[in-house]
Design a protein around this ligand. Sequence first.
Ligand SMILES: Cc1cc2nc3c(=O)[nH]c(=O)nc-3n(C[C@H](O)[C@H](O)[C@H](O)COP(=O)(O)OP(=O)(O)OC[C@H]3O[C@@H](n4cnc5c(N)ncnc54)[C@H](O)[C@@H]3O)c2cc1C
Length: 153
Amino acid sequence: MADHWSVGSQMMGETIPKESNFVALDASEKDQWGVPLVHINVDYDENDAKMEQDFIEQYTDMFEKAGFIDIQAQTNTRAPGNDIHEMGGVRMGKDAKTSILNGWNQMHAVPNVFVTDGSCMTSVSTQNPSITFMAMSARAANYAIEQMKKGEL
Ligand SMILES: Cc1cc2nc3c(=O)[nH]c(=O)nc-3n(C[C@H](O)[C@H](O)[C@H](O)COP(=O)(O)OP(=O)(O)OC[C@H]3O[C@@H](n4cnc5c(N)ncnc54)[C@H](O)[C@@H]3O)c2cc1C
């Protein structure tokens, strides 16, 4: 009996940052410590659906041309938050009106607070993100030390 073997593939696609995906503080509701509750509003859009469809079409085409048989394509779209590379919510920017952090991951409003985890980026494109967080943490720590040495922090 011929050996049966299979090959699989999955995609990493970028959800384009958009204003409809946001984190906001509740105007009135607070937790037991009096801290405003957080509203996280995030969803996938038509571009995400098209990207998934394109992946299936491209891979099916490649597998067919490579001589694969019995090609089975499926989608297993998970709700945002149940995936693995979610980002954003405390983004970096030059303007304190439209961003929380400056270019050093330092809060515009609270200079002795630095945010260097996944929330500081609105997207990692299709890359694995953790090593970038580590690099940004080292960079932000260096900057904070320089500022302290100058007595500016
Ligand atoms: C299955 C899986 C596979 C992955 N594979 C890779 C990979 O191969 N390469 C890669 O680069 N990335 C990978 N990632 C993504 C990577 O793990 C995340 O991007 C990264 O961990 C995000 O770092 P973070 O510091 O932003 O958040 P997290 O790592 O989620 O850290 C948040 C921390 O805050 C703590 N916390 C939450 N709420 C509170 C609170 N109220 N008070 C105090 N603490 C709190 C949590 O317990 C947690 O320890 C993978 C993720 C998953 C789920």
